[in-house]
Design a protein around this ligand. Structure first.
Ligand code: ZN
Length: 311
């Protein structure tokens, strides 16, 4: 199991999950954890308890092939939609969208900023808005956000070739901490990929080929109860027909890895938009939110996004 993934390098690793969590996630006993450690799984021992990075545990579980680990079950559930007819992804859909921003240990009364949903450009809308209001240490934003889909595949042969080259390169999709994803060259040098890193990498390739392209962050909806905190990004690129297309390269790759019967969804990811993504105004390696208190620590931004009743 340990040979199939790249462990998070020490500079980006946060070993805070105790062994009990590792056993639950991987459905493993002490002997199996010992084997993983012997095979290189990084850990830190505190008060006699081994602690692990949550991304390492996710990736081990995801590629274990056991089909019983928590990550495998979570991803199978999350991507069930990708094997269904894609028409359901093209209709308008409304989401109850709530975001909480937290600045740890902060008691300063300073302004808050949030990169808000940016759906109107793509035929969606925002209603029932409760604008960002904050007190000390925490702020909230909520709205009913409607997304929709449209079939707008890439038409440029150059963009299609660059996209295909990327998919054929065989990078392995992994959960990777957001700060490490900004170092997209490191991620790809390890043979790995993830949504933000992939989008930053591909946007750069598009620009080198002479196209206007930018990676953008957004929210991938349908992750129930925060069971899976899956960072999302895609590339916006101006195609030969003058239209702005959205390339969700990492989702195409992840869907292909998880299930071969997701061809129509994979194609949708290459230029079209679909209703399970809420784009934001944040660029690919920017934060979703900010507290102007002067703290050097990044704030926590937690989204709770649920399908609205009847939608
Ligand atoms: Zn603060």
């Amino acid at each position: 199991m340990a040979n199939s993934i790249e462990f998070i390098p020490p500079a980006y690793s946060s070993r805070v999950e105790p062994e009990s969590v590792a056993r639950d996630m991987l459905r493993a006993g002490r002997a199996e954890i010992d084997e993983l450690v012997a095979a290189g799984l990084p850990y830190e021992e505190r008060a006699g308890v081994r602690h692990f990075d949550v991304n390492d545990l996710y990736n081990l579980g995801m590629y274990s092939g056991a089909s019983t680990t928590q990550p495998e079950l979570a991803f199978r559930m999350l991507f069930r939609f990708a094997g269904r007819p894609v028409d359901d992804l093209l209709r308008p859909k409304t989401w109850d969208f709530r975001v909480t921003l937290e600045c740890a240990g902060c008691d300063e009364d300073a302004a808050w900023k949030l990169e808000e949903p940016d759906v109107v450009r793509f035929g969606g809308g925002v209603a029932g808005l409760s604008p960002l209001t904050g007190g000390r240490g925490t702020a909230e934003y909520s709205a009913m956000v409607t997304t929709t889909g449209a079939r707008t595949p890439l038409v440029s042969p150059v963009l299609r070739r660059l996209t295909r080259d990327y998919l054929d390169a065989g990078y392995r999709w992994q959960m990777i901490p957001v700060p490490m994803q900004a170092d997209y060259e490191l991620v790809h040098a390890l043979g790995a990929t993830s949504c933000i890193a992939a989008s930053l990498f591909l946007a750069e390739r598009f620009r080198v080929a002479g196209y206007r392209a930018e990676a953008r962050r957004g929210w991938f909806c349908g992750v129930l109860g925060g069971a899976l905190d899956l960072p999302h990004a895609c590339v916006e690129v101006e195609d030969d027909d003058g239209a702005t297309k959205t390339v969700d390269i990492a989702k195409a790759q992840l869907a292909a890895r998880l299930s071969p019967d997701t061809g129509p969804f994979q194609e949708l990811c290459l230029g079209s938009i679909y209703n399970k993504v809420i784009p934001s105004t944040a660029s690919g390696n920017a934060a979703f939110g900010h507290h102007e208190c002067g703290s050097p620590l990044p704030i926590q931004v937690r989204a709770d996004i649920r399908s609205a009743r009847g939608s």
